[in-house]
Design a protein around this ligand. Structure first.
Ligand code: PLP
Length: 407
């Protein structure tokens, strides 16, 4: 009898976005004339930077010529892209990262979901709440948790994000071997200071733990005092892995390109205490299970680092940040506390009521869709997430409608 991986039975169905869709459809049916504005989902709306489109066209033409045609590329990514990433995102910022520490992939979602398989199944995993659900669910699938009860899985060390800690979790009180952190954060928009990030790096060094640092929203950081990479923190090369993506920086959500940085100094241990480099393990995993990203897409990603590409990515992220500033200003003027929206495309709002009740009110009274915070974990109850990924005119209209409905 063939048997299933029963850990999948422990997973909670993610009703969040399907529940939202159901409520929106029902509302639209009752109000067919009403234009609904969606500030819920975290997907980009603007076209790709011209530099990326031009590079993709050129690379596609190369594939049409026998002299320049390419088949399989290196699994870890072409050297031209790994070198551009190491140089522009790290070395030019004074951070010591080499091209062979960069692994190109088709998404930070896959990478931060897959990385857990290079670690033992009986380690203690620390995961923030509220959270981007991929970290939690992939550890459930791998059997690192018990069952789900009262909004939490047994065996996970939850790192609570609260108004008191500004949604930057405190160090765990229980042992944690593998720690997930994400800054600027999805869903809260919180950022972390270098001082606070250093506490985590020091914790990991003292406890022989590893930090998985998701920096998918790094391109939205404008405050130079904030760390763009965990590798800006002394000692992080020994204890951290970083995930980055072109999805939110250059609008690649539908194009697919991202990368993971695994420094050669970053190590974990065998049961016998033998120190083992994670770069080698991830390289083995990546080359065994992945065949890299298409050549035209890697050329498009490389173009992000040209001078035009850099300016166009800055303009693109500035556009969404302008939306974020407007959302934050309007929501605060209505008397709601919020965080995020300053170096992040997400605004996390204390709705002072049940998350879903606030969601329904905004939908019914303003025709605006947001995301109920309760869908991101127990600590998200009472909050909503507003996304700045939309056209500026629609954001202006949405905030005008919310102002009218709530004031
Ligand atoms: N990490 C975080 C925190 C995200 O919010 C997202 C996407 O929303 C991702 C990773 C996934 O990025 P990618 O499009 O590269 O898979």
């Amino acid at each position: 009898m063939i048997r299933i991986n029963e850990n999948y039975k422990k997973l909670q169905s993610s009703y969040l976005f399907s529940d939202i869709a159901k409520r929106v459809t029902a509302f639209q049916k009752e109000n067919p004339e009403k234009k609904i504005i969606k500030l819920g989902i975290g997907d980009v709306t603007r076209p790709l930077p011209k530099a990326c489109i031009d590079a993709m066209h050129k690379a596609t033409d190369e594939m049409n010529d026998i002299k320049t045609f390419r088949g399989y590329g290196p699994e870890q990514g072409y050297d031209f892209l790994r070198e551009a990433i190491a140089k522009n995102d790290y070395q030019l910022r004074g951070i010591n990262i080499a091209p062979d520490e960069v692994f190109v992939s088709d998404g930070a979602k896959c990478d931060c979901g897959n990385i857990q398989e290079i670690f033992a199944s009986d380690i203690a995993v620390a995961i923030p709440d509220p959270v981007y659900p991929v970290y939690l669910d992939t550890n459930v699938m791998a059997g690192r948790t018990g069952f789900y009860s009262n909004g939490r899985y047994d065996g996970i060390v939850y790192l609570d994000g609260t108004a008191e800690n500004g949604f930057v979790p405190d160090l765990p009180s229980k042992r944690a071997d593998l720690i997930y952190l994400c800054f600027p954060n999805n869903p809260t928009g919180a950022t972390i200071t270098k001082e606070d990030l250093k506490k985590w790096v020091d914790y990991a060094r003292e406890n022989k733990a590893i930090i998985l640092y998701d920096a998918a929203y790094e391109a939205f950081i404008r405050d130079d005092a904030l760390p763009r990479s965990i590798f800006e923190i002394k000692g992080a090369r020994d204890v951290a892995i970083e995930f980055r993506s072109f999805s939110k920086s250059a609008g690649f959500t539908g194009v697919r390109c991202a990368y993971t940085v695994v420094p050669k100094d970053c190590c974990a241990y065998t049961t016998d205490g033998e120190k083992t480099a994670l770069n080698g393990l991830w390289n083995r995993r990546h080359t065994t299970k992945f065949n890299s990203v298409s050549y035209p897409v890697q050329r498009a990603a490389e173009a992000v680092y040209s001078s035009e590409g850099k300016a166009q990515v800055k303009a693109l992220t500035d556009y969404y940040l302008k939306n974020a500033t407007l959302i934050r200003k309007e929501i605060n003027a209505l008397g709601f506390d919020s965080i995020g929206g300053e170096n992040s495309p997400y605004i996390w709002v204390n709705g002072k009521t049940d998350s879903w009740a606030f969601f329904d009110r905004l939908l019914k009274e303003a025709g605006v869709v947001v995301t109920p915070g309760a869908g991101f974990g127990k600590c998200g109850q009472g909050y909503i997430r507003i996304s700045a990924f939309n056209n500026h005119e629609d954001v202006e209209e949405a905030m005008g409608r919310i102002r009218e409905a709530l004031s």
